[in-house]
Design a protein around this ligand. Structure first.
Ligand SMILES: NC(=O)c1ccc[n+]([C@@H]2O[C@H](COP(=O)([O-])OP(=O)(O)OC[C@H]3O[C@@H](n4cnc5c(N)ncnc54)[C@H](OP(=O)(O)O)[C@@H]3O)[C@@H](O)[C@H]2O)c1
Length: 411
């Protein structure tokens, strides 16, 4: 990039959709402020869409490239080409980073230019910067949070109004919180990509999307939320990246939280991320999870960082294995025959696998009863074995439903 501070910084913009259009407007609106902060005045020197522009000439005429196209191809080729041509790149593309992060980081390192991607994770929350810079040499134990606004809106709506999953999803679409095709949001894949990026940064080890196990919220029933209220729990789709004894674990799953948990009050389309480390105890940040203007603002923040010359190196310090079987606490919902001894039989099956019960709510509904229990933390593989055994009992009237619970009660 030309270092002449008297010159404008020419930005090649790849993609002018929701975020790209907002970014172009923001560059114009905030040009004076950027110039005052960096001594360089930003201008959009070329725009690429499916209908407009040519990548080679946009690259030629730019000092810095902003990729807001989405998808992995041709975004990957363009970003690699821009980095290799010595252009710093800003992108909001989580899929690209989660699948090809190492290749892109290597290209940036080799070319000696910056690759910034704050907007790819958790919207406006500056979590990438905080992990890479503020906590760059902190021994991070865990990064977790609500990193998908669409699902948080749907779960909030279901809990508040008793709406079904389908009705809450329709409402999210009406209000613009869900896309026409919300598959990747509701099945957890979007959050998984974001958690792969955060885990990579927090633990300095290669983590790609296929290392992340994920579940979505499609099978959550309003009934689960109603019982949860009785137990003092609220439901969130959580992304959890943890340092484990033998490696790292990166997962996305619906999870109940007790009322005092810092993530419990995060509602609607908001995101929140917590970082835990022995040296810092814990830090929680929350804010809007998406939106054109909000995302564009995070992108412009990255442009300013590049102009100020800060340069994270995205180093890999060790290659850690991914740990699949971890310990969790669970909420368990059972529809059973309403007769004496049923609860004792279920408790025996759980006990045989070393799973102990923390609390139970029992309701009779004629011939049937609902048993809702929270069990203490146990290895997930053992809980699954117990679940399979319970499913085989003749007193079961419907398949059991289990949802993880974070047992920790914050006070
Ligand atoms: N929307 C959000 O709130 C949000 C939040 C965080 C991160 N992001 C990320 O930001 C990026 C952009 O999202 P968006 O919502 O702005 O997407 P969008 O509205 O679909 O816009 C995409 C833009 O890229 C262009 N484009 C796509 N494929 C292209 C190709 N092969 N060649 C040339 N141009 C192409 C499109 O051109 P046409 O106009 O010709 O179709 C359009 O201008 C994505 O990586 C997304 O994950 C978005």
């Amino acid at each position: 990039m030309s270092e002449d501070p008297s010159k404008a910084v020419r930005i090649g913009l790849l993609g002018r959709g929701t975020v790209g259009a907002a970014f172009a407007e923001l560059v114009e609106a905030r040009a004076d402020a950027v110039e005052a902060a960096t001594s360089r005045r930003p201008e959009i020197s070329g725009v690429l869409t499916r209908e407009q522009g040519d990548f080679a000439s946009i690259l030629e005429g730019s000092d810095l490239v902003v990729e807001l196209m989405g998808g992995t191809e041709p975004a990957r080729d363009y970003v690699l080409e821009a980095l290799r041509a010595g252009r710093p790149v800003v992108t909001a593309n989580k899929q690209l980073l989660a699948q090809y992060g190492e290749e892109l980081f290597d290209a940036a390192r080799e070319a000696g230019v910056q690759l910034r991607f704050e907007a790819a994770v958790a919207g406006v929350i500056p979590i990438v910067r905080v992990i890479q810079e503020s906590f760059g040499v902190t021994d991070i134990a865990k990064v977790f949070g609500i990193v998908n606004g669409t699902t948080n809106f749907i779960l909030t709506e279901m809990a508040a109004s008793g709406a079904s999953y389908e009705d809450a999803l329709s409402r999210a679409k009406e209000l613009g919180y869900a896309e026409a095709d919300p598959t990747e949001d509701v099945n957890g894949a979007d959050a998984a990509a974001k958690m792969a990026i955060l885990a990579r940064l927090a633990f300095h080890t290669p983590v790609t999307l296929d290392c992340v196990s994920y579940e979505g919220i499609e099978r959550i029933e309003p009934e689960d939320l109603a019982y949860a209220r009785e137990l003092g729990l609220s439901l969130k789709l959580l992304g959890v990246a943890e340092r484990r004894e033998r490696g790292v674990s990166v997962r996305v799953f619906p999870c109940f939280l007790y009322g005092g948990h810092p993530l419990a009050p995060v509602e609607g389309p908001f995101n929140a991320v917590m970082v835990e480390a022995p040296a810092i105890t814990e830090v929680t940040m929350s804010g809007p999870g998406a939106g054109g203007v909000q995302t564009a603002s995070a992108v412009l923040g990255d442009v300013v960082s590049i102009l100020c010359g800060e340069a994270p190196v995205h180093d890999t310090r060790e290659t850690l294995p991914i740990v699949a079987d971890v310990a969790s606490s669970f909420y368990l919902h059972l529809e059973v025959a309403d007769r004496p001894g049923v609860l004792a039989r279920i408790a025996t099956v759980l006990g045989d696998k070393g799973v102990s019960v923390k609390s139970v709510v029992q309701r009779g509904t004629g011939d049937e009863a609902r048993l809702v229990m929270v069990v203490h933390e146990c290895l997930e593989s053992l809980f699954e074995e117990a679940l399979e055994a319970i499913d085989g009992l003749d007193v079961l009237r419907a398949p059991p439903r289990a949802i993880r619970v974070i047992e920790e009660e914050f006070v």
